[in-house]
Write a protein that binds this ligand. Sequence first.
Ligand SMILES: [Zn+2]
Ligand SMILES: [Zn+2]
Ligand SMILES: [Zn+2]
Length: 243
Amino acid sequence: MGVPTLGCHCAVCESEDPLDKRTRPSVLLTYGGRNVVIDTTPDFRYQAMRARIDRLDAVLYTHAHADHILGLDDIRPYNLKQKGNVPIYGTRETLDTLKRQFAYIFDDTPTETSLPGVELHEINGPFELFGAKIVPVPAMHGPTPVLGFRIGGAAYLTDFSRVPESSKTLLQGLDDLILDALRYVPHPTHSNVEQSLALVQELKPKRAWFTHICHDLGHAETNARLPENVLLAYDGLQIEAAF
Ligand SMILES: [Zn+2]
Ligand SMILES: [Zn+2]
Ligand SMILES: [Zn+2]
C-alpha cells in the first residue's frame, strides 16, 4: 500500500525519517548501458524520475498484482523517445492478466492518443537479456505463482509465502538476497519477518535485504533488532552485483 499508508497516522506513517517513506516494490537493473525494470508499480513514473531513467530497455514482471503492474501505461514517453516497443517478460499467466487489465493496449480499437508499446515475451526458464543471464525463481504467493529473479550474485524475491525446494537450489551462494518480509504478524500470502529470517538462515546469502515492508516496521528500530547481515531495504538503495 506504500508508506505512509493513506489515512493512517501510526508512528511509522508519521515518521520524519526519509527511510520510512516507501513506494511500491520495484528494482532497476542497470548494466551495459541498459535499464531493465522489475515490475511497473503505481509509483513507476515517480520512481523513474527519481532514478533519472532516460531509457527503458525491458520490463520483467514478478506477477500481475496491481501494486506490481499499474504503472505500465507510464512507459509511453520511452516508446516515443526510443521510437519502439519495450520488451516485457513474464509467465504466460502474468502476460494473460496484463492483456486483461490493459485490454486497451492489446485490442485494436482505433485511438487518437498514444498507447504503451510492448512486445510480449513468455518466460519459460533462464534466458539471456542484453548479455546477462536472468534466472527465474518460481515461488508461491498464497495461491498465486510468482517469479523471483536471480542475476549473478543477487536475487530479488518479492511477494512470496513459500519457496519450493527446487527454487532453493537456485538461490545458493548469493551475495545479496532481496526478499519479501511484510511485517511481524503472519499473513496468508506474504512471508513475515520470522519466516524470512528462517529462509535467510537456510540459504545463507552474504547479505539479505527485506522488502515489501508495510507500516508495521519502522526502519531504524527494526534494523536494530535484525541480525548483522540482514537489513531493511529502502527506496533508492543501490547494490552492486557481480554477474
Ligand atoms: Zn501507518
Ligand atoms: Zn502480490
Ligand atoms: Zn506486492
